[in-house]
Ligand binder design. Sequence first.
Ligand code: ATP
Ligand code: MG
Length: 427
Amino acid sequence: MSTKSLRQSQLFTKTRREAPADEVAKNAQLLIRAGYIYKNMAGAYTFLPLGLRVIEKINTIIREEMDAIGGQEMVMPSLQDSALWEASDRWSDDNVDVWFKSELKAGGVVGFGWTHEEVITDLMRQYISSYKDLPKFPYQIQKKFRNEMRAKSGIMRTREFDMKDLYSFSATQEQHDAFYNACSDAYMKIFHRFGIGHMTYKTFASGGAFSKFSHEFQTLAEAGEDIVYVSEAKGVAVNEEVVKEADLSELGVTEGELEKRKSIEVGNIFSLGTKFSEALNLRFTDENGEEKPVIMGSYGIGPARSMGTIVDLLSDDKGIVWPESVAPFKVHLVGLNLDDASIRDWAEGIFDNLTDNGIEVLFDDRIEARAGEKFADSDLIGLPYRVVVSKKSKENGTFEVVTRATGEVRQLTETELYADFDNNPNT
Ligand code: ATP
Ligand code: MG
């Protein structure tokens, strides 16, 4: 993780008072105004320097938790061979409604990957032949393209987006189930580390042909496009399809206990059985010399959708409120009275000291901006701590420290400041 600090005067981006008129999603409105993202067109956004730092922190958390359960990262291409998809009967636009496709000048057609089951199953044929090669858990954080009909949820539903997609390859159902459960636990850890765990439910969803249920990770939020039925008391959530079709008593709840809520699907996990291994001929030899298709699962998380969810859930009327774990910087050092060279030199020293102490600092070193403007920007940008360096703090020998999430205001000496931030290291 980079501990690099940054001067606001060097940022090419700026905050803005109003979001574009065509931006209806709260997450994108706030992120655009605060200078994290830029809307290029419906369903396609730029992650600006501040936004990229958030995404990188999100991705780091995902990587740590995936690696901890045996995940191995790689990156597969977006351009995909139609033949693989014909093998699984998912090439036709009648079967899949989100394809982007393109013709090659050299002849033939390629698809822009909207998921990677076919590609990875084909690839793994090179590396799996025996039960000794199993289980394996490759994953990537990589671009997906989807021709989504509606893209009005800001960065939560775009036509081009990064997905963390992990695929499991197992020899036996027990092996598969063990990983499925480990991944489910890892997902909850991830969402807790994002600061949205308290609102996120592992939700029963329909399982397809190979298991009774799959699971979606649904975060309760008014901005959500999904509907879930939740018993907060029992910690059980069920999606719309399952409510209609399944016997709820099996899930330990009655219909009367479930409350209908809007939600955001931040991740999901799915048992694929042998659907793709049979279609694409991924087989292994078991202990008894018998040839069998590999048992697979797929496990997705949307980093940008997660970022949008965090913003949606944790912001207030002044702006974004980042949890420390994903904040682009820990401290917003706001310099006032910087037109006075002696204050400026002294403030620069504080900035250097904080940075040397390993603290990630965004230093509002802009000389012309007024105090009110700086504070409003600081609230909008939403870093966990704001520290004011001004003529007054130099004279008093203490700094005003405001905790963004609680509004708590403290006066700390320089030594207390370092001690305080040492006790709260980044992530
Ligand atoms: P949805 O039902 O919301 O369209 P999905 O079932 O198509 O989601 P998956 O194909 O399982 O989702 O993708 C895995 C994860 O990728 C999702 O849980 C979500 O976090 C993210 N994701 C899916 N579609 C998009 C999108 N269009 N933009 C951003 N993130 C997305
Ligand atoms: Mg979808």
